[in-house]
Design a protein around this ligand. Structure first.
Ligand code: PHE
Length: 340
């Protein structure tokens, strides 16, 4: 018995020289003192020990048990202390660290630019209105003088949801919506997403932003339109920017114009941003067609008005030198973060 006890205690001492963690100590404890541990097994032999020796053997075993436990506990305590120290070091909290590390979001470049435009327009007496992105054909086309089967529907490849409902192709849907709600004279603008059946590439996105301006009053003329748009564009693109009005066609305006602006990256020389043209087309506009006024319950003999529509993604793309239109709609925070 004594020999077996010695073997076990030597085993425990040997193990304690090897172990590296307090969990290893616990494993050895289970191996030796657990339910079917080496030493526990010896206790089970007690039943075969003659009665007169039971006391002595019992003492021997209990002594061995205490010895094993104290060898293990000693090692375990020192390892646990070292482990605690290490844990405290690794979880050390730097109380001087600025806890205001919470991420603050950034505004999308289109939003940033729209906010600038918003300031300019509200400063000129326009107020903002809103129109739905999912729209009735009626507001997107029919009430702006584009009846069914009208060839100009081909100018805009539309995404229909049902026969009568589509994703608006233009913010011009806010023209009839404004005329339905507000009595002239009024001066409003509307900003938002529009959708066309376009494949995604560096210059096209199936969704893009437009900004629509509408002014209806007595005696609004093409001169008013030219004056107001020149002012808006100079404020927005810079006083020195050259702009050009040229005749165009839209079904809901007569006469219609398109406006080109000198490229503000190359100053007219031609560069990648303007496809080498030195200028780029920035908006469509015109005097609201008398028939459109009539269709929307406004007497064209009493009132006249102008409307203009910007494609709004190009400005921020040029201002912030964004090489690819795709990222503008990517929802990638790494992109947006740059505009803080
Ligand atoms: N809605 C036209 C387009 O999407 C732009 C426009 C708006 C033209 C208002 C004239 C007046 O191309």
């Amino acid at each position: 018995m004594q020999q077996k006890i010695d073997e076990i205690l030597n085993y425990v001492k040997g193990k304690m020289a090897e172990v590296k963690t307090s969990a290893d100590c616990q494993a050895v404890r289970v191996e030796v003192l657990g339910k079917s541990g080496k030493l526990t097994e010896l206790f089970k032999l007690m039943k075969d020990v003659p009665a007169e020796q039971k006391g002595a053997v019992g003492q021997l075993l209990n002594g061995a048990k205490q010895a094993a436990e104290s060898i293990i506990a000693e090692k375990e305590t020192s390892l646990a202390a070292a482990e605690l120290q290490q844990k405290l070091m690794s979880e050390k909290i730097d109380v001087t660290l600025d806890l205001n590390a919470e991420e603050i979001g950034a505004l999308h470049p289109v939003t940033l630019d729209f906010m600038r435009m918003c300031d300019i327009l509200t400063g000129m007496g326009f107020s903002q209105i809103d129109g739905p992105e999912i729209e009735l054909d009626k507001y997107n086309f029919e009430l702006v003088n584009v009846p069914k089967d009208h060839p100009s529907r081909d100018m805009q490849d539309s995404l229909y949801i049902t026969n009568d409902i589509l994703l608006r192709t233009q913010t011009s849907n806010t023209q009839p919506r404004a005329m339905e709600k507000i009595k002239p004279p009024f001066k409003v603008f509307s900003f938002g997403r529009v959708f066309r059946k376009d494949d995604l590439d560096a210059t096209h996105t199936p969704a893009f932003h437009q900004l629509e301006g509408i002014y209806i009053d007595k005696k609004v003329s093409l001169a008013t339109l030219k004056h107001d748009l020149s002012l808006i564009l100079k404020k927005y693109l810079g006083d020195a920017t050259k702009i050009k009005f040229r005749a165009s066609y839209f079904p809901f305006t007569e006469p219609s114009v398109e406006v080109d602006a000198e490229c503000n990256v190359c100053k007219g020389k031609g560069c990648a941003a303007c496809n080498g043209n030195g200028q780029y087309e920035i908006l469509g506009a015109g005097m609201i067609h008398p028939h459109v006024l009539e269709l929307n319950g406004i007497d064209p003999n009493e009132f006249s008005g102008y409307a203009f529509g910007f494609g709004f993604d190009r400005f921020p793309k040029i201002r912030y030198k964004i090489p690819n239109a795709k990222v503008m709609f990517s929802n990638d925070v790494r992109f947006i973060k740059q505009f803080k």
